[in-house]
Write a protein that binds this ligand. Structure first.
Ligand code: NAG
Length: 396
């Protein structure tokens, strides 16, 4: 009965050690439900979730693949490019138009714009940035995402790992190193510059779409003499039209690319007003190839969130004096119009035109965009000719 009161108190009030962030106790039900949900999905949707047996390419994408070519670049990565030649060589030869497509849009979404531009007498080309469109993705990183690992190694692997080691697997993010630099705007710009050389285009009128803004700006800054003018189409450094973050969500990311109606709905919600089923299928297929989903997701993450358009425009004399035009959707959403107003404010003195398309107007307002670009280029070409003429024959 001579109990030590302090010891009794200690026994009643256990020492309050903070629990580990995800203790085994709380993690067990989580992994149980996850594995149960994944097994159920795997049973219900075997053909959808099968990581093997890639379906054949849809005809539209196959045609695109054979119309363009994969440029072998040294150093890599290799890039896919599509070139559209003018039907007839015009008397005066305007410089080519080069398009850098935004995230997930790819040269495929620009194929009709390119042929429309070439029907207006322009040589037009589009380059898929590293890992995007039909450009090959980077070699796979040593670690993959949790769902992929669960599916590859069997759905109970994570559970076994937990029981064996007491650790929750996949807690640490893979190092951002290799993949991040592969998709970084600076690397993408350097690769695109090598592709321009390989295509032998000479100086170009650059067209930058959506998330390609930072890469396009870096391309101009590094090669000012190679760019004659810049056209921005709904360009942004922070808010890509295609919500690439969705692709990183376990199960959902896979479902979006597996269920045609879901993918087409997402396209209409985020990118274009109208897209027919065949075209949506081709876009979907381009993101379903080996490593492509991760490439789109990683490219979204690698965007330069602190890119400053005004700072870039005033960064050098060459950039400052570059003729520029901005094409912006005037009816997509109020939020998007506000983004456009920020762009106008950052680029004083730039020609600014609202178009009737969505955020991928190369798809739903192709002819309108083509006309605006060809008129802009023609104006610069005739301006060029008149100064040349003026220099060649000074007034005596
Ligand atoms: C991101 O953009 C900022 C502002 O334009 C620039 O100073 C910086 O170098 C860019 N970062 C990268 C990694 O390209």
């Amino acid at each position: 009965m001579a109990a030590d009161p302090a010891a009794a108190a200690a026994a009643q009030v256990p020492a309050r050690e903070p629990p580990p962030p995800l203790s085994i106790v709380s993690a067990l039900p989580f992994w149980f439900y996850l594995t149960a949900a994944v097994s159920l999905l795997a049973l219900l949707l075997p053909h959808l979730l099968s990581p093997h047996a890639p379906p054949p390419l849809p005809p539209l994408l196959r045609r695109h693949l054979s119309a363009g070519r994969l440029l072998k670049l040294h150093p890599g990565p290799d890039l896919f490019a599509l070139t559209s030649l003018p039907a007839s060589t015009p008397a005066h030869h305007p410089h080519p138009v080069l398009v850098l497509p935004g995230l997930a849009a790819g040269s495929f979404s620009f194929r009709r714009l390119l042929s429309s531009l070439s029907s207006r007498g322009l040589l037009a080309a589009a380059i898929d940035l590293p890992g995007q469109g039909l450009s090959p993705p980077p070699p796979p990183p040593p670690r993959t995402n949790p769902l992929r690992e669960i599916l590859d190694r069997g759905i109970f692997h994570a559970f076994e790992h937990l029981v064996e080691t007491g650790e929750v697997p996949f807690q640490d993010e893979p190092a951002p190193g290799a993949s991040h630099s592969f998709h970084s705007p600076a690397e993408a710009a350097a690769a695109a510059a090598r592709a321009v050389d390989a295509l032998g285009l000479g100086p170009v009128h650059l067209v930058i779409h959506d998330s390609a803004l930072a890469a396009g700006a870096a391309l101009v800054s590094a090669n000012p003499a190679a760019v004659l003018s810049v056209t921005l189409i709904d360009a942004t450094a922070t808010l890509p039209a295609f919500p690439s973050a969705v692709l990183g969500v376990p199960v959902l990311g896979r479902l979006v690319l597996s269920v045609p109606a879901l993918f087409r709905g997402l396209m209409r919600l985020c990118c274009v007003r109208g897209m027919d089923a065949q075209e949506a299928d081709a876009h979907r297929a381009a993101m379903r190839g080996e490593g492509k989903r991760d490439a789109v997701f990683e490219a979204g993450k690698a965007m330069n969130q602190s890119f400053d358009l005004r700072e870039w425009r005033t960064s050098s004399e060459e950039v400052k004096s570059l003729p520029m035009m901005v094409l912006w959707s005037g009816s997509w959403s109020d939020k998007w119009i506000d983004e456009g107003k920020k762009v106008i404010a950052a680029l004083p003195g730039t020609k600014f035109v609202y178009h009737y398309g969505g955020r991928w107007p190369q798809v739903d307002a192709c002819e309108e965009i083509s006309k605006l670009i060809s008129e802009f280029v023609a104006l610069l070409t005739t301006a060029d000719k008149s100064t040349e003429a003026h220099n060649d024959h000074p007034v005596s």
